[in-house]
Every structure is written in structure tokens, then in C-alpha cells.
Design a binder for this molecule. Structure first.
Ligand SMILES: Cc1cc2nc3c(=O)[nH]c(=O)nc-3n(C[C@H](O)[C@H](O)[C@H](O)COP(=O)(O)O)c2cc1C
Length: 169
């Protein structure tokens, strides 16, 4: 799949088949994640793969009141938690998300799906023993899609593009 095709095809997937995702594929998509641009090349990202059913259930429990997220978390065979060293504050989070986008595009090219879920707060940090100085950028339920939602449309570019300065439309 070429890059433009992967970009077009990528969409958030929130329901997964139970099929196991081979470690070789996970390692491949994480490796391309680390090729992302990142502030001062400090590579602030750290990855936690959550495969253990009990831990996955605990994380799902944190989203029990948000049905689409609950389904995503409980059906995905693996949860990818992307953490970042928060020393560089928003630059580190931006770097982590550049990495996340590479991962999501590579996952699409591998026939996988996922969705970056926002997880703030202490509960997940305590559960996964994330040390002081690190925060969670996102939790990505990852797996083979068991749904084919329409990709939300985007506002046409001409309404977002400004030449030589911001102009209100
Ligand atoms: C920073 C960020 C945070 C997000 N947080 C959530 C979330 O908490 N729950 C969720 O269901 N989707 C979340 N998403 C996914 C967006 O809802 C999704 O990307 C957007 O609706 C566009 O849909 P698409 O990814 O299918 O193109 C997040 C995406 C980003 C980039």
C-alpha cells in the first residue's frame, strides 16, 4: 500500500476481531513509529504493550461509561500505551503524536486498525507502573477491524488554507 493510500484508508476503528496480532508486525509498526520527527531528536516515547487479559479488563473498566471506547478496549487483542518523557512538555507530546500517526498509518498498511484514546489521570499510571516524569500520550486498542465505519468527512481545504496571513472566512 502506498503512503497516500494508507493516509486515505486510515480511520478510527473501535471494534476488533479476537485474532492475535503477531509480535513481528507490532514490532514493525512500532519501529516505523520511531522514525517520526521529534523535538531535538530526544525520542521521548516509551511503549507499553498490554496483552494480559486482567490488565486489559482493568483499563476497559476505566471507560465503562463510554460505550464506543469500552467496546474498543475490550475487543482489542492488544492495547498499545504510548508514554512520553514529559521533560519537554508540549514538544514531547507533539513528538509522541507524530510517532502515533506513523504507527496508525503502518497499522493500516498491515490490515490492522486502532484509535488513539485520551487517558489522563493517575489510575492508568499506577496500574502500569509508569514512573514519575512520564505521562500517557494515548492508549491505542489495536487489532484486526471488526467494523467498517464511514470515515468522518473533513472540511474542504480551501476553507482552512490562508495565504500570507490568517484570514477569517
Ligand atoms: C489527540 C486525539 C485524541 C483522541 N481521543 C479520542 C478518545 O478519547 N476517544 C475516541 O473515541 N476517539 C479519540 N480520538 C479519535 C478521533 O475521535 C478521530 O480521529 C476523529 O473523530 C476523526 O476520525 P478518523 O480517525 O476516523 O478519521 C482521538 C484522536 C486524537 C488525535
Amino acid at each position: 500500500m502506498d503512503l497516500y493510500e494508507a493516509i486515505e484508508k486510515r480511520k478510527s476503528i473501535r471494534k476488533f476481531k479476537p485474532d492475535f496480532v503477531p509480535d513481528t508486525i507490532i514490532h514493525k509498526i512500532l519501529s516505523v513509529g520511531t522514525q517520526a520527527p521529534n523535538a531535538f531528536n530526544r525520542e521521548p516515547w516509551e511503549f507499553i504493550l498490554v496483552k494480559d487479559r486482567k490488565l486489559r479488563d482493568e483499563i476497559t473498566g476505566m471507560r465503562i461509561k463510554i460505550p464506543p471506547q469500552k467496546v474498543a478496549l475490550e475487543t482489542a487483542p492488544v492495547l498499545l500505551v504510548v508514554c512520553y518523557n514529559n521533560e519537554l512538555a508540549e514538544d514531547a507530546l507533539a513528538s509522541a503524536y507524530a510517532c502515533v500517526e506513523n504507527i496508525l498509518l503502518a497499522a493500516t498498511a498491515e490490515g490492522l486498525g486502532g484509535v488513539p484514546l485520551t487517558f489522563h489521570g493517575k489510575k492508568i499510571k499506577a496500574l502500569l507502573k509508569i514512573p514519575e516524569g512520564y505521562d500517557v500520550a494515548t492508549v491505542i486498542p489495536l487489532g484486526y477491524p471488526d467494523e467498517s465505519p464511514n470515515k468522518p468527512t473533513r472540511i474542504p481545504l480551501d476553507q482552512k488554507l490562508h495565504i500570507n496571513g490568517f484570514s477569517l472566512k
